[in-house]
Design a protein around this ligand. Structure first.
Ligand code: SPV
Ligand code: MG
Length: 530
């Protein structure tokens, strides 16, 4: 339902309704959360919260800016305290248009002169508006809203009692404003009793809904207003006043103590501020809309093995072999960094003293001779968190492979080469998938059936790089935890883990065609260099 319709229903229905003062987006939200059906955008409170007087010192467009925040921060209708309409009928028309554009439900205007003064400051000295001129303003407002939002509410506020006039003048004006089209009449009084209101209600006879502001006659029981037939009560400034009280107490305490120690448990936690600001919604939206590089990513590079490239890997681990001026590991680290991955854990083993990058963390697998990569990964398991990329330390691949992985939302994704070259099957990680790779079904999700070491029936070759989401990481960790209890754990490979995982959970396969190599032989190294 439109906010203006909600306010209109509130004013027109039988019985008493309440709206509560707010002066910015935060207080508007607090009013709504407290359970109120509507908000009074108080001129006194908005001006005071801006540090100026309630004398139209804040311009009407500055008030409009505040209202926009209030409207955006809440879903209940806002009735603006529009003072005198900030000018004559023409200014009033423009105000109405701008309020409706900002989804404000209604405006209340008072029959005084611009620039106004708050009714509780020398009220008697304040001249009232000419009644006919004020009626013209109401008619202009109603005509303006008719085509823009017929439910928008215009409340006319009678300042006769404030200015020292009696009930006759109040009734005369109220009738004129009702005839001019006002949807409700606000009868204002600065007395500490309800005598003005009672006198007015005895004569009004329910001609239009009546709104009151019992700031000064606060001790009158609400039930009495209900009996009098009041439609709407405005609690006009109590959030501002309570905020002033709280801010003074806190500031003075901190100033005296030169410490926060005596205030911390008397004020809301920072987390409550975040909640009111809607921080959770942003977190969800980030998951949906931010590019993958904006998420939290970790990488684990499994680089413990020596390799068997003869003299080249006699003292140097395979991962440190040079390819055109950079090591295999150095290239991987740069690639991870280039897509925004800062948290990289390298599992070292053979020749660990040769691996000395300073911007990564290390896990050492000193039992590298007797173990496989699954054991290395198990040692580095604390780095499997958020989104994690796991790569073998002896592969060379192009950067787009990382982008492909990071932009895939599946929980476990492995990268495979769709082209199976015809060289021998030794040390190769063939895969069988539920579909064959075809360029024209590139985007159709393909899933792993099993990994094998046999090219027969294979649809691709696992290149030694995979990613897990937070959920996928948990699946992998649970599986490793279970496998770690087996006596042969040290002989098991990542392929074994993936084979067991894929029996129960989908393992997605991202196909590439070439653009990578694993360095098992001098020939591999040579071709990677080329
Ligand atoms: C306001 O809240 O700014 C009002 C009500 O106009 S009063 O201050 O009581 O005049
Ligand atoms: Mg006001």
């Amino acid at each position: 339902m439109k906010k203006s319709t909600m306010l209109r229903n509130m004013i027109n229905r039988k019985g008493l309704s309440f709206i509560m003062e707010a002066h910015n987006g935060l207080s508007a939200k607090i009013v709504e959360e407290a359970g109120f059906e509507g908000i009074w955008a108080s001129g006194l409170s908005i001006s005071a919260s801006l540090g100026v007087r309630d004398n139209n010192e804040a311009s009407w467009t500055q008030v409009l800016d505040v209202l926009e925040f209030m409207s955006d921060a809440s879903t209940i209708p806002i009735l603006l305290d529009g003072d005198t309409g900030y000018g004559n009928f023409n200014n009033m028309r423009r105000l109405i248009k701008k309020l409706i554009q900002r989804n404000i439900a209604g405006v209340c205007i008072e029959d005084k002169l611009f620039p106004k003064t708050n009714s509780f400051i020398d009220g008697e000295a304040q001249p009232l508006a000419d009644m006919e001129e004020f009626c013209g303003k109401i008619r202009a407002a109603k005509d303006e809203q008719a085509s823009l939002d017929p439910d928008f509410v215009v409340v006319a506020r009678i300042e006769a009692f404030i200015a020292g006039w009696g009930v006759d003048e109040a009734i005369r004006r109220a009738q004129a404003y009702a005839d001019a089209g006002a949807d409700a009449i606000l009868v204002h009084s600065k007395k500490s009793t309800d005598s003005d209101i009672v006198a007015f209600m005895e004569r009004w006879d329910n001609r239009k809904p009546i709104v009151i502001v019992p700031t000064k006659y606060y001790s009158v029981p609400t039930a009495k207003f209900e009996k009098l037939g009041i439609s709407l009560i405005i609690w006009a400034n109590h959030n501002l006043r309570s905020a002033i009280e709280a801010m003074k107490t806190t500031s003075e305490r901190i100033f005296k103590d030169r410490s926060l120690i005596n205030v911390e448990d008397k004020i809301v936690k920072v987390s409550e501020v975040f909640r009111l600001q809607g921080a959770d919604e942003l977190k969800e939206a980030e998951k949906k809309y931010l590019p993958a590089s904006g998420k939290k990513w970790n990488a684990i590079i499994l680089a413990a093995s020596q390799g068997s490239l003869g003299d080249l890997t006699k003292d140097t681990p395979k991962t440190m072999l040079q390819i055109n001026g950079n090591s295999i590991l150095g290239r991987q680290i740069s690639l991870f960094n280039s897509v925004g991955i800062k948290f990289i854990n390298v599992v070292r083993g053979f020749g660990k003293e040769k691996i000395t990058f300073t911007n990564v963390s290390y896990t050492d697998n000193d039992d590298y001779k007797n173990t496989k990569e699954l054991y290395s990964l198990w040692l580095a398991r604390e780095s499997i968190a958020n989104n994690t990329i796991i790569s073998f330390g002896d592969i060379v691949f192009k950067g787009y492979v990382l982008n492909e992985l990071m932009n895939d939302d599946a929980d476990i994704v492995i990268v495979a080469d769709a082209i199976i070259s015809k060289s021998d099957d030794k040390n190769r990680d063939f895969i069988v998938t539920d579909k064959k790779f075809k360029t024209d079904i590139f985007d159709e999700p393909t899933f792993l059936k099993r990994l094998s070491y046999d090219s027969k029936g294979a649809t691709g070759e696992f290149i030694g790089i995979l990613k897990t989401s937070a959920k996928g990481g948990k699946i992998l960790l649970d599986k490793m935890a279970e496998m770690s209890k087996r006596p042969n754990f040290k002989e098991l490979s990542i392929n074994d883990a993936l084979n067991e995982i894929t029996a129960k959970n989908p393992v997605k396969v991202k196909f590439i065609t070439g653009s990578w190599s694993d360095i098992d032989t001098i020939v591999d190294l040579q071709s990677a260099r080329e």
